[in-house]
Design a protein around this ligand. Sequence first.
Ligand SMILES: NC(=O)c1ccc[n+]([C@@H]2O[C@H](COP(=O)([O-])OP(=O)(O)OC[C@H]3O[C@@H](n4cnc5c(N)ncnc54)[C@H](O)[C@@H]3O)[C@@H](O)[C@H]2O)c1
Length: 370
Amino acid sequence: MTIGIPKEIKNNESRVALTASGVFELRQYGHHILVEQGAGKGSGISDVEYEHAGAEIVTNPHDIWARAEMIVKVKEPIDEELRLARAGQIVFTYFHFASSITLTEAMIGRGAVCIAYETVEKPDRSLPLLTPMSEVAGRMAVQQGARYLEKPVKGRGVLLGGVPGVPPGRVLILGAGIVGVQAAKMASGLGAHVTILDINTDRLRYVNDILPPHVVTQYSSQYTIRKLVQTHDLIIGAVLIPGAKAPNLVTRDMLKTMRPGTVIVDVAVDQGGCVETCVPTTHENPTYVIDDVLHYCVANMPGAVPFTSTLALTNSTLPYIINIANKGWKAACAHDPALMKGLNIVEGKVVYQGVAEAFDLPLHDVVEVF
Ligand SMILES: NC(=O)c1ccc[n+]([C@@H]2O[C@H](COP(=O)([O-])OP(=O)(O)OC[C@H]3O[C@@H](n4cnc5c(N)ncnc54)[C@H](O)[C@@H]3O)[C@@H](O)[C@H]2O)c1
């Protein structure tokens, strides 16, 4: 199969959908890989490295879209890309269709086979292509939080690890899922005192088993949160209710009860945030202050560490890419129920319930497209 890897064109997106090692692996199966010139630059992968691995470097993205039977990307197609997708062409990427009618209508119109990373779902309901980015964001939340707790950038002026004779900083984590546990791991590693909340007691048991004793688990409730925000330096929002907006666990009136310079990192911002005062920000302008509380609400945190994120993402996507390339999308989906769940729009037909419901579009049974 001919596989195309265009350069990402979304603002500040430096990740790339395939590494040189991924190219090498696909070449072993006899596939032909087209990589757009400079596509890997932001992630530290040069054109020469891709060529050595067996890729053909293509200067014009139009040629890639025209020649490839499968396009593999990181972010959803935008601008001109929306007009380049072809009928029957496989497009494998993060789509997040339910958040954009423009994208949904465009991809229906193009007749491509759209397989969305974010809806590939294993039988245990885990999301294998979302997990690596949650792991990155969870770890980064502590790194960013520690930085913004410094006084010159309007934080309280607290060193998370403390020093001998001085107590460590206190980190409150809302949600003990992928993001929450990774954040707890980092914060406890720095020596901070960590409190982590969830409504799922199995998750709290898991955290209690695997993390050190200075990570304290507590059942999440409005009452508990209201009390804890007053005594913690860094608050990390990491809740998720699948398919719904994140609940407002930290309300506006709570800000006044926090100590000046408290830092909130609301990782759940991409689902509307779990802090009432959360507004999406960007890497160029990541923070704002309300009631002396510093908010960091960047919606694409992994984009800031592309060297790490590209590898983390492609470690997870490569087995699926190989499978689709070897078998074709129909056989690959038929043999793998997780990948089947990734089918969102197939040759103009919406086959994913969440997308049909979001825009009141007809939902086609996935068997219709086989
Ligand atoms: N900003 C970014 O760049 C970025 C990157 C990756 C993930 N995210 C987002 O981070 C959020 C968390 O992702 P995840 O992969 O950890 O999800 P997850 O499903 O693994 O974990 C979410 C946890 O929240 C818990 N929860 C639900 N309601 C709660 C409540 N009222 N109080 C406490 N806990 C509650 C759930 O029980 C679950 O354990 C999601 O919104 C995800 O989209 C953002």
